[in-house]
Design a protein around this ligand. Structure first.
Ligand code: CP3
Length: 345
């Protein structure tokens, strides 16, 4: 068959593909020496995200080395606040820093009109990668979930409890919802731009979905994700969308049903037998090896892989980690993962 659709796209249409397509969240990054080489030629991390030729090269590095079934655009979820005009920078060894947004006036000062233009170099990266990538491999674009991005915008940095955003959302829900609505609009436009430039699939990373009560989960995770999915589908009706509401646990099936995503990213804490019984019959799933099992290697890695494939391999599955790969991951362990998922133990 000439030019078959990438396996990852077929899985998201509900097909069972064996062996399952493989990619890893944060597969381009510091654990790769070839990434560190290119990264060292840029002082600021975001400058690399806005440099199409180099970002395309970094996007393709893990495909060349490991033959993954999908490439994920090299960028970051925090290009969105940057494009809105909020100062964003990365402290080396520590993570992102932003000048916090705290008031209605701060939100009003963000420039939604300029954001998509500012993001246009990233669309060029997508087009370049799609041109170079084999047609049997998928290109994944992404954005952060509005809540997750807002936690960084409000807190000025990552935090274990997302206190700044959670308190703001309780104290001034109307003001906070203005920020979420702004992010819904820009994020949808950003995903549409990536799909039009050649992305086959997009993923919404709602990495900080765990610490919310029922009403807040509905309002700040489910509703904004559903609005993004609807807006993307209005512009690109056959768009394939993966939702990753990390830490949503028992709420994940309600999230999947209400948002209409095509695939559900599972974090490491989701039991695979539960996923096989309760989730996979209604939606393709992606996940969920512990990134630290990949660091440890050996029996922890082999058993972790085998458990996922045994529980979920007979249905639509995309093999992935339960969260991003960490910098200390040995390269040989990644090669072993690919071999074991494809060829068994
Ligand atoms: O998956 C990929 O390979 C594509 C690129 C990608 C990056 N960030 C590159 C990156 C993706 C998909 C992201 C998503 C992202 N960024 C998320 C959601 C997923 C998750 O991990 O929860 C979040 C919360 C961020 C925000 C962010 N960016 C943080 C907290 C950090 C610092 C921590 C760290 O790992 O350094 C970043 C920096 C970042 N984003 C780096 C890379 C390769 C490292 C910076 C560098 O190379 O100097």
């Amino acid at each position: 068959m000439a030019n078959p659709e990438p396996g990852l796209v077929r899985v998201l249409s509900g097909e069972t593909v064996g062996p399952p397509p493989i990619w890893l969240m944060r597969q381009a990054g510091r654990y790769l020496p070839e990434y560190r080489d290119i990264r060292s030629t840029f002082e600021a991390f975001l400058d690399l995200c806005y440099a199409p030729e180099r970002a395309a090269e970094v996007t393709l590095q893990p495909i060349k080395r490991f033959d993954f079934d999908a490439a994920i655009l090299f960028s970051d979820i925090l290009v969105v606040p940057d494009a809105l005009g909020q100062p964003v920078w990365f402290e080396s060894g520590e993570g992102p820093r932003l000048e916090p947004v705290a008031t209605m006036e701060d939100i009003a000062a963000l420039d939604g009109d300029r954001a998509i233009t500012k993001l246009s170099p990233i669309f060029e990266t997508v087009a370049r990668v799609r041109e170079e990538l084999d047609s049997n491999k998928a290109l994944i674009g992404f954005c952060g979930g509005p809540w997750t991005v807002a936690t960084y915008m409000a807190g000025g940095r990552g935090s274990p409890d997302q206190k700044a955003a959670r308190l703001w959302a309780y104290r001034e829900p109307k003001v906070f919802s203005q920020l979420i609505e702004l992010l819904v609009g820009i994020s949808a436009g950003y995903l549409i731009g990536q799909l039009k430039a050649g992305a086959d699939v997009v993923q919404i990373f709602d990495s900080w979905a765990a610490n919310l009560g029922d009403g807040e989960f509905e309002r700040w995770i489910v509703e904004p994700n559903a609005k993004i999915v609807a807006a993307v589908r209005r512009a690109v009706p056959d768009a394939k969308i993966i939702g990753f509401p990390r830490g949503s646990g028992l709420r994940s099936s309600a999230y999947a049903a209400a948002t209409g995503v095509d695939g559900l990213g599972l974090d490491t804490t989701v039991p695979v037998d539960f996923a096989a019984r309760e989730l996979q019959p209604t939606i393709p799933v992606q996940g969920n090896l512990d990134p630290l099992a990949l660091v440890a290697g050996g029996a922890a890695l082999d058993e972790g892989i085998d458990r996922i494939v045994a529980a979920l391999g007979d249905g639509p599955l995309i093999f992935n980690l339960g969260h991003g790969i960490v910098p200390e991951t040995p390269i040989e362990h990644v090669a072993r993962l690919v071999d074991r998922v494809r060829n068994g133990g």
